[in-house]
Design a protein around this ligand. Structure first.
Ligand code: DX5
Ligand code: ZN
Length: 219
């Protein structure tokens, strides 16, 4: 039904070589660069802020797919928009008002997405199904790259069915998955209804990133 798209998580890239790494991502045939923002509060880890994203803006043809794992995303929406985000995802488990945060993203002309952690039920996204462009179903607990995949097929299927039946928008909902995606787990999430696959450690570990991206799309 959908062509699978790949979003490469640069959390697994070598920070000293980001310039070369984003060129490698672009050459791999992946559509997006996945940019994980962690604040040490919503999750234990701390990663990147606005300046690094700004430095990537205009330097790549890839879509800049920003995943906010921060306690109060609403406070920072304008900053990440100005820094160059094309998609902004935030968590329904965060402290910000969900509708207000979606509006703040959309009024800037940026695509809005909400994310659910493994323990959060599919129903948590239902009230917003007409307001967002994408739902991100986490397949690990957010915080670190390289974790073991958790099978969220039932949740993906439930959200896909609900969107098919209730969404009024002309464009179908994108369902993204993030965490432990490799050539073995990609077919599982695609079968359940996910169409955008985030992958970090698998792609940066691969000898040939282009082949690895193709495997995620084709399997
Ligand atoms: C985890 C991050 C992921 C992470 C995925 O909290 O949101 O984007 O980089 O990494 P892998 O593909 O290694 O599980
Ligand atoms: Zn992520």
């Amino acid at each position: 039904m959908f062509d699978t798209e790949v979003s490469v998580s640069i959390l697994s890239a070598d920070p000293l070589c980001f310039g070369e790494e984003i060129k490698r991502v672009e050459a791999s045939g992946a559509e997006m660069i996945h940019y994980d923002v962690m604040d040490g509060v919503f999750v234990r880890n701390i990663t990147f802020g606005m300046p690094l994203l700004s430095s990537m803006k205009g330097k790549t043809k890839c879509i800049l797919d920003v995943h906010l794992m921060i306690a109060d995303p609403l406070k920072y929406i304008d900053d990440f928009v100005n820094a160059g985000a094309d998609i902004i995802t935030f968590h329904v488990e965060s402290e910000s008002d969900i509708s207000e945060t979606i509006q703040a993203i959309r009024r800037n002309g940026v695509n809005a997405a909400i994310s659910v952690k493994p323990d959060t039920p599919a129903e948590a996204v239902f009230p917003y199904i007409n307001d967002v462009d994408m739902v991100l179903v986490m397949t690990v607990e957010p915080g670190f790259g390289g974790q073991k995949f958790m099978d969220m097929s039932d949740k993906i299927r439930t959200i896909r069915k609900y969107a098919d039946e209730n969404r009024m928008a002309d464009i179908p909902l994108d369902i993204q998955v993030d965490g432990g995606i490799d050539d073995k787990t990609a077919p599982v999430v695609k079968k359940a209804g996910a169409n955008i696959l985030v992958s970090g450690s698998y792609l940066f570990r691969a000898e040939n990133m282009e082949d690895a991206v193709r495997k995620l799309k084709d399997d």
